[in-house]
Structures are given as C-alpha cells and as structure tokens.
Design a protein around this ligand. Structure first.
Ligand code: SF4
Length: 177
C-alpha cells in the first residue's frame, strides 16, 4: 500500500543489469531531520527496487556499521553550526565523488540559521546555556559555505519528486539505469 505522506508519482526505477551498486551516504547536521524521515518513508515503498542499485554504505538511520570510504554520492541534510560539524562534513566531502545538499537548511542555512539574527535581547539565560555548553560556531552556515556542493534538493523538508529525479540522475551517471 503506498505511503500516504508521499506523492504517488514516485514511479519505480527500472534496473539495467547492474555490474556494481552506487554507494551512498546520508548525513544529518543541524536540523530537524524531517528529510531523513521522508527518506526512510520512501524506503517503505522503494527499498526492494533501490537496494538492487544502491548500497547504503553510511546511513545511520538504517544501520550501525557505517563507513565513509569510497562514497559515490553523499546526501547531506542540515546546516553547519560548529567547528566539529565543519570538520566532519569536510571529511565526507573528501570521501564522496558527489555531494548533494538536502532540504532548505543545507541549501540556504534557514530555518536552522535563524540564530544568526539573534540580538542580545533574544539571548535568554536558557539560550546562553547552550552557547556555553556546546561547541557552536559564531554563525550557522549553509553547506556550500563550507564545502563544494554538486546538487541541491530544495524544500522544507526536501521535495520528494526532486529527490527521486536526482537519484535517477546519479544512477544514470553510474550506468545503473
Ligand atoms: S529544511 Fe526544514 S525540514 Fe529540513 S531540516 Fe531544515 S527545518 Fe527541518
């Protein structure tokens, strides 16, 4: 039964005889992870079809044994809000042939970057506690402020049809469909 959260025009991707699979990673930084939820919802309908073509090499939402090595495409959700996140996303970039920004926070910074607009009057004791106890950088940045981004799927959360079209684009690049 199709999932009611998702549009019904997410047609099936038909496989050629696949010599290898496309190794993907899915990563979340500062965000609400709604696109990750959409991605896992899509798997309810597409897992059998995609798993013939795609290796889920680093997807923490699906498994605990993950590696960054040799990623073909890294999908990155969320904005970058700390030095440790910057280091991590640069490591992902170094391991991935293509990087796709997923959702508005990764593509534009917002809404996660709204704290960049805080004035001192906005910073309550509670908010200050977070600044004092986490390694937040001064500003929240969109992905392309930190690393080179090859593609984007915009939307808050991501546009599902655009995501599937982009997945197909990369499967074609790797001669898998
Ligand atoms: S773009 Fe929207 S849905 Fe995606 S992480 Fe940011 S706030 Fe959440």
């Amino acid at each position: 039964m199709p999932n009611s959260l998702l549009p019904d025009n997410t047609e099936k991707i038909t496989s050629l005889a696949a010599p290898k699979k496309m190794a993907i990673g899915w990563f979340s930084f500062t965000c609400c992870e709604d696109s990750t939820i959409l991605f896992t919802e899509l798997l309810n309908d597409h897992y059998d079809e995609w798993t013939k073509l795609v290796e889920f090499r680093h997807v923490k939402a699906l498994k605990t044994n993950n590696t960054l090595e040799g990623l073909d495409v890294a999908f990155v959700e969320g904005a970058i809000s700390s030095e440790s996140q910057e280091k991590e996303v640069k490591e992902i970039r170094a391991n991935a042939k293509y990087v796709v920004a997923i959702g508005a926070c990764a593509c534009t910074g917002l809404p996660s970057a709204s704290r960049n607009e805080f004035t001192s009057e906005n910073i309550s004791q509670r908010i200050q506690w977070y600044f004092d106890n986490f390694d937040y950088s001064k500003n929240v940045r969109k992905l392309s402020d930190v690393i080179t981004v090859d593609d984007k799927v915009e939307g808050c959360p991501m546009g599902v049809v655009a995501f599937i079209e982009l997945l197909k684009k990369y499967l074609k690049i790797y001669n898998l469909i």
